[in-house]
Design a protein around this ligand. Structure first.
Ligand SMILES: [Zn+2]
Length: 127
C-alpha cells in the first residue's frame, strides 16, 4: 500500500464522535487533502459509513486510510506520514463526547456536538 498526498492542509484536526471513537479507539485524527492530490496504489477496502461518506483502510494490513465525503476532500490519516508529526492541531469537534483521558492542549478551536451539527452534515443518532 502506498498513499501519496501532493498537497494538504497546514494543520490536522480531531473528531470525538462515536463512529470515530469506535474506528480509532479514541479520537480520530485527519489531514485534509484535495481529491486530485491523493494517489493510492494497492488494495483499498471501502465502507459506506453514511449516506454521504466512506471510510477506507488497507485491505492487506488494516491500516486506516481516510474518511471522505462524496463531495469533499480526503481526510487522510496523518499517521500515514511521518512528516505530519509537526503539524499543529487546527480544531477538534464533538469535544463534549470525548474520552475524559483525551484532553488536547492548545488554543485551537473546539466545537461541541450541538455546535458542529448546527452547521455541518452529520450521521443521525451518532455522537
Ligand atoms: Zn467523527
Amino acid at each position: 500500500m502506498k498513499v501519496t498526498v501532493r498537497s494538504h492542509a497546514v494543520a490536522v484536526s480531531a473528531c470525538h464522535c462515536s463512529m470515530c471513537r469506535r474506528w480509532s479507539g479514541a479520537a480520530m485524527w485527519v489531514l485534509e487533502a484535495p481529491g486530485d492530490a491523493v494517489e493510492v496504489t494497492g488494495p483499498v477496502q471501502r465502507y459506506r459509513s453514511s449516506s454521504f461518506a466512506e471510510r477506507a483502510w488497507c485491505a492487506e494490513c488494516g491500516t486506516q486510510l481516510w474518511i471522505k465525503d462524496d463531495d469533499g476532500p480526503y481526510e487522510v490519516s496523518p499517521g500515514l506520514f511521518d512528516g505530519a508529526r509537526g503539524l499543529p492541531l487546527s480544531h477538534e469537534i464533538y469535544v463534549d463526547q470525548a474520552f475524559a483521558s483525551v484532553v488536547l492542549a492548545g488554543e485551537h478551536k473546539r466545537m461541541t456536538r450541538a455546535e458542529y451539527e448546527a452547521s455541518e452534515r452529520y450521521v443521525e443518532g451518532e455522537a
